[in-house]
Ligand binder design. Structure first.
Ligand SMILES: *Cc1c(COP(=O)(O)O)cnc(C)c1O
Length: 432
């Protein structure tokens, strides 16, 4: 299978380059050259398959020409070492819990698969691979955990100072070994800009053997499409759900669109954002106006210039009315998010994290006009990752902290500190 940049669809690139380069030089994003719908045999059996088997078939559609079947199967099985339960809050109101992985956010799916794919693609090389990643909260932890102590790799994580939760920060800064964290005096968008500038510096990129682990990397998107299939088949036969996706960089939603191109039937998409509502505004008006991000309670969605938007446009042929017919957008502020956390608790005895709460608000509003369609809200993070917010709404001790998070609080943090300055950052990298 060949891949290409969204900006140059006629230039074919092999898998290894698309995954390890991550970002094309023309500033577009890589996409598979073709997306083949899953064969009839798959649809005959998919409701009975294990989660890993579904994942294998989906991954095979994208990577099957390049990766031997047994290797791909193992990659998928190792990625899915945890479950994704579908929780029913009310008859048509579901939450898909994607936070049972090692770092308690859905990003474990993408990061675990990507680490395995990159290790396989570079198995014959003796040069170390440097994975550079900007995080607004959860990406960094998932990537750090996925690559921790993987031979031949090191990871450099940029995070915005004071804008990630204390536990998220612990997940980034306590692993050590081949994991380095840099605290940037700026916003997530600044971190993302610094990462981009390093990649666009051809010498640096070549010398450090740089690769990216952000959701711009195609290998992160593919495993995120697995769970759309997995949850959809839990609906009664013939009932197509609407998916509500709490969104920031729109990787998760793009992965859903890929699942749909493989043949998954989806009634509608709902892009739920906090006040960083660039995409919902575009869906309403047809005008795309990125702007600086605003800090909110759902910090992993504080993105003012969502990187996967170009993939969404590409998938809809740059046709706004077509995209707006498939995807609705809605946004909610912090007060509404806080109220939703309390309401979900009092209605259903369920603790929903601030990102999920934004999704739940969007689901409720959409369902009011479409009562016969079940909604599946993607539960993107475990509430314990946002303990301060949760306890402020639900009271101290209201959230049980999973063991693997609790033990982090006692470990010492190590981070470098840099200004949000491209030159300073590239200089630092040159000596790293
Ligand atoms: C990353 C993240 C999001 C946003 O996902 P995108 O794929 O960037 O849209 C939402 N919620 C949580 C908890 C996240 O970590």
């Amino acid at each position: 299978m060949w891949y290409h940049s969204t900006k140059q669809p006629d230039q074919r690139i092999p898998l290894k380059e698309a995954i390890l380069r991550s970002l094309p030089a023309d500033n577009g994003l890589y996409m598979p050259q073709e997306i083949r719908p899953l064969p009839d045999e798959f649809w005959h059996d998919w409701r009975r398959m294990s989660f890993a088997e579904i994942g294998y078939h989906v991954a095979h559609s994208f990577f099957g020409d390049d990766i031997p079947a047994d290797v791909l199967r193992t990659m998928v099985e190792e990625t899915l070492c945890f479950d994704a339960p579908l929780v029913q809050l009310a008859p048509a109101d579901f939450v898909l819990e994607l936070f049972h992985g090692p770092t308690l956010a859905f990003k474990d799916f993408g990061a675990r698969f990507m680490a395995r794919l990159m290790a396989w693609l570079t198995r014959d090389e003796d040069r170390e691979l440097t994975v550079l990643v900007a995080t607004s909260g959860d990406t960094g932890g998932a990537v750090a955990s996925a690559f921790h102590q993987v031979p031949g790799t090191r990871v450099i994580i940029l995070f915005p100072k004071g804008k990630v939760s204390p536990l998220q920060e612990k997940q980034l800064t306590t692993l050590g070994h081949n994991i380095t964290a840099i605290e940037i005096d700026g916003s997530f968008d600044d971190c993302q800009r610094l990462v981009k500038s390093a990649f666009l510096d051809a010498d640096l990129s070549q010398r450090l053997n740089l690769t990216s682990a952000n959701s711009i990397n195609l290998s992160r998107l593919v495993p995120q499409s697995f769970y759309y299939f997995h949850s959809s088949r839990m609906m009664p036969e013939g009932v197509d759900p609407a998916f509500v996706v709490p969104s920031g960089n729109f990787g998760n939603l793009t992965a859903g669109l890929l699942a749909q191109r493989l043949g998954l039937r989806v009634k509608h998409w709902i892009a739920a954002t906090n006040r960083n509502d660039v995409v919902p505004a575009y869906l309403r008006s047809g005008r795309y106006e990125p702007r600086p991000s605003i800090a909110t309670l759902s910090n992993a969605m504080d993105v003012g210039a969502p990187s996967n938007f170009v993939r969404m446009q590409y998938l809809f042929g740059d046709d706004w009315p077509r995209m707006a017919a498939s995807i609705s957008g809605d946004s909610f502020d912090d007060d509404q998010t806080r109220a939703a956390i309390r309401e979900v608790k009092s209605l259903y005895q369920y603790e929903i994290d601030p990102h999920g709460a934004v999704g739940w608000l969007a689901a409720r509003k959409w369902r009011a006009a479409h009562p016969s369609t079940p909604t599946i809200v993607l539960g993107t993070a475990h509430p314990a990752k946002f303990l301060e917010v949760m306890e402020a709404e639900l009271g101290q001790g209201s959230i049980e902290i999973p063991e693997r998070l609790a033990c982090l609080t006692h470990l010492p943090s190590h981070a470098h500190h840099l200004a949000a300055d491209e030159i300073a950052f590239r200089q630092w990298l040159n000596h790293a």
